[in-house]
Design a protein around this ligand. Sequence first.
Ligand code: DLL
Length: 437
Amino acid sequence: MAEKIYWNKEIETMELDKMKELQSERLVRQVKHVWDNVPYYRKLMEEKGVTPEDIKGVEDLHKLPFISKADLREGYPYGLLAKPLSECVRIQSTSGTTGKRVVAFYTQNDVDLWEDCVARAITAAGGTKEDVCQVCYGYGLFTGGPGLHGGAHKVGCLTLPMSSGNTERQIQFMMDLKSTILCCTPSYAAYIGETLAEMGYKPEDNSLKAGIFGAEPWTEEMRQEIQKLLGIKAYDIYGLTETSGPGVAFECEEQTGMHINEDNFIAEIIDPDTGEVLPEGSKGELVFTSITKEAFPLLRYRTRDICVLSRKKCSCGRTLVKMTKPMGRSDDMLIIKGVNVFPSQIETVLLKDFNATPNYQIVVDRVGSVDTFEIKVELSEDMFSDTIKSVEALEKKLSADIVQILGIRAKISLVEPKSIPRSEGKAVRVIDRRKLV
Ligand code: DLL
């Protein structure tokens, strides 16, 4: 029997006109739901002079006000809740370390739809009920563990609820239970791969065939690195707590961007400075409207993630619009010596130049009124034992490539193997000491 490649063929391959119809119907209902049940929204809409009657379909979406993380913080904890607590069965929360956390609520139906989105992602990565799915995203308030766990159950995989950490135990279970799908952050996947190699395993010694990695930015070069280390195909998965968690968008075998689950989320790209809606193919800030969520429905939520949408035909047969990997966040962009710098640009240079482990850190500081910019790059054992001359040549090449890409010079510090801390969840790539002053 041919392998099932869609979880929900009808939705995933729906013609655009039909999808727009479905979205319109759901949007109209959702706007009424928030107007009736969330005073905070009603006030925002009134301030913009919009009532539910003005929203007749997706073409009217632009009339609605935006909502941002600041609104969610202001409304903490119950201010944006649209269902009685007695109908809610779960909360999850963002991993934010500053300010108030954002708390998202779910009804049972919300959880079902969320897990359904993740089931689509697992199926697109080749997952079936024959698979052993090892979930090493963190469990708890973070949506990674619970999201992938629920999706894996739906698909019928044998699910290993490992959570993150204890890498040796992860590897022992992976080898003993012959895990076939690995779910974790890309930085943790790279660490697992590195540890496997140190333990003497070759990529072909494990039973893994696919990895579903997300929750943090990672480049195409990092994908190649992980695929080589683990001997797998690595799929991207995107999502955020505010809109449910992982599974808002997922990658298919083409590996050229993530299909957005448009029956649940309407995506727009806007100019982050003006709020103007940009045409397909433009780079800008991703905005989501959740049209099926009951407990915590967000209309035109500004994600701060910068990407491009495309309706180019996909060879997998899915018609769902595709988003590129987020190229950075409008609020994570560093401005160093007046130049806009996204950490992903640096990662691309590092992994292209160095056939090395993807361990690096960007350190920004300020001396007087001048920014300092340092990139610490960890050498692999092989490189470490190279001659000083070849290491110097590497440093020079890297320095030149950074200038070419960014237009500013960085101090390159090549550091010893294992000296940059490893991450079991989202990696800390940037240390910006300027903020501490
Ligand atoms: O990170 C949800 C998630 C869990 C996604 C597991 C994928 C896998 P938050 O902690 O709320 O939720 O963080 C959301 O993480 O706005 C992006 O900036 C970033 N992010 C998530 N997925 C990706 C990805 C989860 N595939 C924030 N690529 C988002 C790049 C990602 N960035």
